[in-house]
Write a protein that binds this ligand. Structure first.
Ligand SMILES: Nc1ncnc2c1ncn2[C@@H]1O[C@H](COP(=O)(O)OP(=O)(O)OP(=O)(O)O)[C@@H](O)[C@H]1O
Ligand SMILES: [Mg+2]
Length: 234
């Protein structure tokens, strides 16, 4: 579904991503894990079209997308939940959700999409009129995921969805991703929660200093000595 090939990205001439190749197959959860500053956010923002690569290609559903604008990429229903959520804090829950369904195809499906979100997170059905800013951090993350679901993503990308959340909400986030996978969603997840991400993922890539240093099945990487030592403190 997604094929990133020999991707290079620079910020003002300073390399941030070097020779990144990765694929995401339909209905897989693939995670990209690694320490701070490794380039995870840069990678997702490049796939979303917010950053233009210096070289390399990105294909989505068989079409090259690295020359397209972020809007054109959204229209192909490749949807990112950004780092830090970026909700509309002064707007009500319901209006944040509707913002996710602004593309014509998604708008047609608005009632069904709302039902899907309310089933996942019943709290939003009760709080449609509450301002997003008044939700807890965990609830805001759920709202950011919900808004993305309203766009009917073919591929959902999430950047650190459990960052700054309590253990309970972290559990909720990973449980939600599991349910979405069971519903057939394809997911590219970026996270510093290495153990939980690897447990959840079909496959994973370890990104360090802008390069992929390891890749494999989630379970295999969990058992890998280097991963255990570097990321799991074992
Ligand atoms: N807008 C920018 N301008 C210049 N350099 C940047 C910019 N954004 C990121 N970088 C640099 O690119 C590198 C990768 O950053 P990035 O945010 O992609 O890493 P990350 O893996 O998402 O980190 P974290 O785990 O802290 O979120 C870092 O060295 C960072 O300082
Ligand atoms: Mg980041």
């Amino acid at each position: 579904m997604l094929k990133v090939n020999k991707l290079y990205v620079e910020y003002d001439g300073v390399p941030a991503l070097r020779d990144i190749s990765l694929i995401v197959n339909e209905k897989e959860i693939v995670s990209v894990v690694g320490a701070n500053g490794g380039g995870k956010t840069t990678l997702l923002r490049t796939i979303s079209g917010l950053i233009k690569p210096t070289s390399g290609t990105i294909e989505f559903m068989g079409e090259e997308i690295h020359t397209l604008s972020p809007h054109e990429i959204c229209m192909r229903r490749l949807i990112q939940v950004p780092e830090g959520r970026q909700l509309f804090p002064k707007m009500k829950v319901i209006d944040n959700l509707k913002m996710g369904a602004y593309l014509p195809e998604a708008r047609k499906n608005l009632p069904q999409s709302l039902e899907r979100v309310y089933k996942l997170f019943p709290i939003f059905k009760e709080r449609t009129k509450q301002k997003a800013a008044l939700l807890s951090g965990g609830e805001q993350q759920m709202l950011a995921i919900s808004r993305a679901l309203m766009s009917m993503p073919k591929l959902l990308m999430l950047d650190e969805p459990s960052e700054g959340l309590s253990p309970l909400f972290t559990d909720n986030v990973f449980e939600t991703l599991k349910i979405l996978k069971e519903q057939g969603m394809t997911i590219l997840l970026v996270s510093q929660e290495v153990e939980r991400s690897l447990e959840l993922s079909d496959r994973a890539y370890v990104l360090e200093n802008g390069q992929i240093i390891m890749e494999g099945k989630g379970g295999e990487l969990l058992c890998n000595d280097k991963v255990r030592e570097a990321y799991l403190g074992m």
